[in-house]
Design a protein around this ligand. Structure first.
Ligand code: GCV
Length: 681
């Protein structure tokens, strides 16, 4: 039965049906690189732990010696195995982190392109073994689509987590870096097992004591964290405050073009690297929601980013620069301003002006992780700028890990989105290493959903979102269904329980979407908290998040006749979105302002569709609860009860959404539900 803490790395005494004797293992490492050796050692240790976890015995590991005893399994790099054992596993070169798993009459070879590749190869082998898919004739070659596979923590130094729903921070407590070593190591293992290779450990809103993480006083503890993640091939990123030269350095300005400021960043960065020589770099939120940035000095974001880039360059570091830059003091009376246009307007004109170690990080959608948002127009449009895509694994707008919402579902939709800038320009086809003149998306950053809760994610089934994030950014061609199946097999084992659970997962996104704000209209949620409905909670606020519903119509016209947002896309995508008949219906109110009597593709009016989806959403939660209840006997009481209690809260939430949304539109229009279902006055 599921041990929640272990997530998808369950202990499970399975039968070894692979046909391979997994007991004797030779390690064929070339120990020429220090960090490489640490990672290879960890890979071998993970093999030992994994076999023990799955088969209940500890294999014998020994270093390969020419003329020594034959082993059943060999762990190394493609190069070291070719050199020592004359096994030609792969000709050519895989990407960093790639691996080969191959069985032949000489044994089973798990070989990385590099040491991280070996580590990932070991984890993939263990995963396949646990899924009953390992065999003595395996012949697998894999390489990650995304070079940068990043986790972002929004953890605060006081131990709270911005938009965190699974307990307090695993990194901080009481204004200091404070963690349980074992727990961090277990976390690093979970992340590495799905291929994560970068982690930012503090909130992008860098406030209070967190502003001093880059000082000699705090760096020793940060370096301890780096040391725990290092054997797992995961490098740290630190979020920094743009005003650090003033806050820490006591300079009169933080103007990124000022000589003293540039000098300050160079020196401070040297100090940082003296503690963590393999730091991946910095991550920054500038000119955004109260965070300082270059605009305050009349400078643009290339001026800002390049100063950081030049301080990091001598150390091999990068600056990841967020594109969540918009005017957060808007006037609802003004229909001409349109927040979703801001990121494109601020960054696309700078394409080509960033140094080669600047990586931009726009959110996947133009607004803010809303349900039913289209993919942002800057993807496919950048030609000379390195960039990655930000998504939320944490469920800020998707139910706070109280409501079930399986996110790989929407990530698959994102991956399939065709930017239509020439051939092969779907998002999944654009994911890959940067090459100038091409729009390659170098990877992803996922705002993570973990905290100190024993099951890491609050809702046990939300573990599937963390797992799925790693899997889909490694291989964007994987479907949400494949991932759900893998995850449930690993977590619950073979059999109908896991199958039913992945079936529940697969329905959950659409169900959530149905009872939420209708058809991509966005921001009908409660202000600040973002859980539950408050239909006009943001309607007269300063945040630029309006739906503008009146008695006849709802939505914002973002076509070329309206705010002109659709002009930011390639001509074919723009034309597709502009036409209500071709615009995806899940985004239709994001792009169009429609009358309630607009007839949708199923022949029903928009208003009737709003009613229908909200009734259906609630009913579907009830059905999921019934399905969950049918699993009681096959689950541990702890897991069964904790998930059930969340489903019960979800049902209340769905009821509030259903009734408040339906009543709101009924009051606006005076038009009743065709089917006569209960809508409150
Ligand atoms: C970290 C949204 C969230 C904020 C978050 C911000 C961001 O507005 O509500 O909590 O701040 O996005 O992505 O920077």
């Amino acid at each position: 039965m599921l041990n929640e803490y272990n997530c998808w790395l369950q202990s499970r005494e399975i039968k070894n049906e692979s046909g391979i004797n997994l007991k004797t293992v030779s390690t064929v490492f070339s120990n020429d690189a220090l960090i490489g050796a640490i990672i290879s050692e960890q890979a071998a240790e993970e093999y030992r732990l994994g076999i023990n976890r799955l088969l209940g015995f500890s294999p014998m590991l020994s270093q390969y010696k020419t003329g020594g005893d034959k082993a059943a399994v060999y762990l190394g790099t493609i190069k070291s195995i070719a050199g020592e054992l004359k096994q030609d596993l792969y000709q050519g070169s895989l990407r960093e982190g790639g691996f080969v798993i191959k069985g032949n009459s000489d044994g089973l070879f798990i070989a990385g392109q590099d040491e991280c590749g070996l580590l990932y190869g070991v984890f993939r082998f263990l995963s396949l073994l646990a899924q009953g898919k390992a065999s003595s004739s395996m012949d697998i070659k894999e390489e990650p689509a995304s070079p940068l596979r990043v986790i972002n923590h929004w953890d605060n130094i006081n131990g709270t987590i911005e938009r965190g729903y699974a307990g307090n921070s695993i990194f901080y407590k009481d204004e200091r870096v404070d963690f349980q070593r074992d727990r961090i190591k277990d976390y690093a293992r979970l992340l590495a097992s799905v291929g994560i290779n970068r982690i930012s450990i503090n909130n992008v809103n860098v406030r209070f004591g967190a502003r001093f993480l880059i000082t000699e006083e705090m760096l020793p503890k940060v370096a301890e964290l780096a040391e725990i993640f290092r054997p797992y091939g995961i490098k740290l990123l630190l979020c920094v405050n743009f005003n650090s030269p003033m806050i820490i350095g006591k300079l009169p300005t933080s103007d990124p073009t000022d000589k003293a400021v540039i000098e300050w960043w160079n020196k401070q960065t040297e100090i940082v690297y003296s503690f963590i020589p393999d730091l991946a770099g910095y991550l920054i939120k500038a000119d955004s929601e109260g965070q300082p940035g270059p605009f305050q000095y009349g400078k643009n974001h290339a001026d800002g980013a390049n100063t950081f880039a030049r301080a990091l360059k001598p150390h091999g570091g990068v600056i990841i620069w967020r594109c969540f830059v918009y005017n957060a003091a808007q006037d609802w009376r003004d229909w001409s301003l349109d927040r979703p246009k801001a990121a494109y307007d601020n960054f696309i004109p700078l394409d080509g002006q960033f140094d080669d170690n600047v990586i931009l990080q726009p959110k996947f959608g133009p607004l803010d992780f809303q349900v039913g948002e289209p993919v942002a127009p800057m993807f496919g449009a950048f030609k000379k700028t390195r960039h990655i895509m930000e998504v939320q694994i944490t469920q800020e707008y998707t139910g706070h890990q109280i409501d079930l919402c399986y996110l790989p579902w929407v990530w698959q939709i994102i991956m399939d989105f065709n930017t239509d800038y020439g051939p092969n320009s779907t998002i999944k086809e654009l994911v890959g290493p940067y090459k100038e003149g091409h729009s390659f998306i170098e990877g992803f950053a996922g705002v993570v959903n973990v905290g100190l809760d024993n099951n890491w994610t609050g809702h046990t089934l939300a573990q599937a979102n963390l797992y799925g994030y790693g899997r889909i950014i490694w291989d964007p061609k994987l479907s949400a269904k494949d991932i759900a199946r893998e995850w449930s097999l690993l977590s619950f084992g073979a059999g109908s329980t896991g199958e039913k659970i992945d079936d529940i997962l697969m329905k959950s996104y659409r169900t959530y979407e149905k009872y939420n704000a209708p058809f991509g209209v966005s921001f009908m949620c409660s202000p600040m908290g973002h859980y539950g409905p408050h239909v006009e909670g943001y309607e007269f606020s300063r945040w630029g998040t309006y739906h503008r519903a009146n008695a006849t119509a709802v939505g914002v016209d973002r076509t070329s006749k309206g705010t002109g947002y659709t002009n930011q896309y390639s001509p074919t995508v723009s034309a597709m979105l502009e036409n209500p008949a071709t615009c995806p219906e899940e985004n239709i109110l994001f792009i169009h302002r429609l009358r309630y009597d607009f007839v949708m593709r199923n022949g029903e009016t928009l208003l009737q569709n709003i009613y229908n989806t909200h009734f259906e959403g609630y009913d579907e939660v009830e059905a999921m609860i019934a399905e969950w209840k049918s699993l009681e006997k096959s689950l541990s009481p702890e897991v069964y009860k904790s998930v059930l209690s969340r489903f019960e809260r979800q049902l209340n939430n769905a009821r509030e959404w259903r009734d408040q949304i339906n009543t709101y539109f009924y009051r606006k229009t005076g038009i009743a539900d065709k089917q006569g279902r209960k809508i409150y006055e």
